[in-house]
Design a protein around this ligand. Structure first.
Ligand code: PMP
Length: 368
């Protein structure tokens, strides 16, 4: 049977595995940082209305520039961050993964490099590879924060074209201070200058304010966001960025024409009408996240401070065995390959109770 390696595929893709969190059928799934709450019924009905309207015009291509949606996203950012953002500064795509891909297509590519501070979101490296962008793995400290001096030195030495800063960081939950972003931005401008992308996929869950106001007066700073987490709409596939309007012009050079379907735009607009209800769920999840941190610590585990809707915990002598032991108890968490550690997404109170029971049971077994 011929395999991938028998194909005339690009050399850098040979022997590689696709992104793949296991999608297993178990009672408690807390492995992909999804929002556990289904969309509220009034919103589901509103989506039906909006999509019906859009369906009447599906013979036509959608609004290529997603004007109405970008206007509403700009209003949402302005209202929730307190920093005035205009439509021309916002761009939307099919998930923030596509936002990242478009940024790398425009600012990375063959002969160029991107840097991230690892462990961090693995797709930054994978999308870099997919776009022919060289990947540089930058450092992180023992406690998973960014060491400003070491990171600025790495930027000065390697001169990457794109710098990824994930805040709150996946999989550790660590938020990045504004001063750190500013120091890295300065280093990146002195070295190249390069584009600095703050991945705020989990921004709404943070104890701290958004880093978005930092885009003011910094034309090479981009903040990327998503409706997959706080809006509870991972199935929608809607990500967006805010930056100087010139960055939006730049990604339009690489985006596919009509990339955002009329159905997607209609659904996202309906969800934005229900922002207040959805952000109410975010508050509940933050409380549950803080409870997970406290209760995991009470079992004697080492828990990384979290500003996201997930928590990194350990240390296990064998993290993969611990992952399997939790799975055997009906709870699916994530092994991100961080030595000794696992990651759990904050679910509903019942799901979190089931997870905590499984952990206590496992700890008893391990301490025996
Ligand atoms: N950034 C980070 C840090 C993430 O964890 C994720 C999803 N796991 C994404 C971006 C991509 O999310 P989406 O494409 O669903 O917007």
């Amino acid at each position: 049977m011929p395999g991938i390696d028998d194909l005339p595929i690009r050399d850098e893709l040979r022997g590689k595995s696709p992104y793949g969190a296991p999608q297993l059928d178990v009672p408690v799934r807390l492995n992909t940082n999804e929002n556990p709450y289904p969309l509220p019924e009034p919103l589901v009905r509103r989506i039906g209305e909006r999509v019906t309207e859009a369906a009447r015009e599906l013979n036509r291509y959608p609004d290529r520039d997603a004007v109405e949606l970008r206007t509403e996203l700009a209003a949402y950012l302005t209202r929730t961050t307190g920093h005035a953002v205009e439509r021309a500064q916002v761009w939307a795509a099919n998930g923030s993964n596509e936002i990242i891909q478009q940024l790398l297509q425009a600012f990375g590519g063959p002969g160029r490099t991107a840097i991230g501070f690892e462990p961090s979101y693995s797709m930054h490296a994978l999308i870099s590879r997919g776009t022919g962008t060289g990947w540089i793995s930058g450092p992180r400290t023992e406690d998973f924060t960014i060491d400003v001096d070491a990171s600025a030195a790495a930027i000065a030495e390697r001169k990457p074209d794109v710098v990824f800063v994930c805040s709150p960081n996946n999989p550790t939950g660590t938020a990045v201070e504004a001063e750190t972003v500013l120091a890295l931005y300065e280093a990146a401008q002195a070295a190249k200058p390069s584009l600095v992308v703050i991945d705020e996929a989990y921004g709404e869950f943070s104890h701290r304010p958004s880093l978005l106001p930092l885009i003011e007066g910094r034309p090479n700073l981009v903040v990327s966001r998503t409706m997959s987490k706080a809006f509870g709409a991972a199935g929608l596939r809607l990500g967006y960025l805010a930056a100087d309007a010139a960055v939006v012009d730049a990604v339009q050079l690489v985006r596919l024409p009509y990339h955002l379907s009329a159905v997607t735009q209609a659904t996202a607009l309906a969800a934005l009408e229900h922002t207040d209800t959805l952000l109410g769920y975010v508050e509940q999840l933050k409380t549950e996240r803080d409870r997970l941190v406290a209760e995991l610590r009470a079992t004697g585990l080492e828990v990384t401070e979290s500003d996201a809707n997930f928590v990194q915990f350990g240390r296990f002598d064998d993290a993969h065995a611990a992952w399997q032991a939790l799975l055997d108890r009906g709870v699916l968490v994530r092994d991100n390959g961080v030595p000794g550690r696992l990651r759990v997404t904050a679910g509903t109170p019942d799901e979190n109770d089931a997870f905590l029971d499984a952990v206590r049971d496992l700890m008893k077994e391990l301490n025996r």
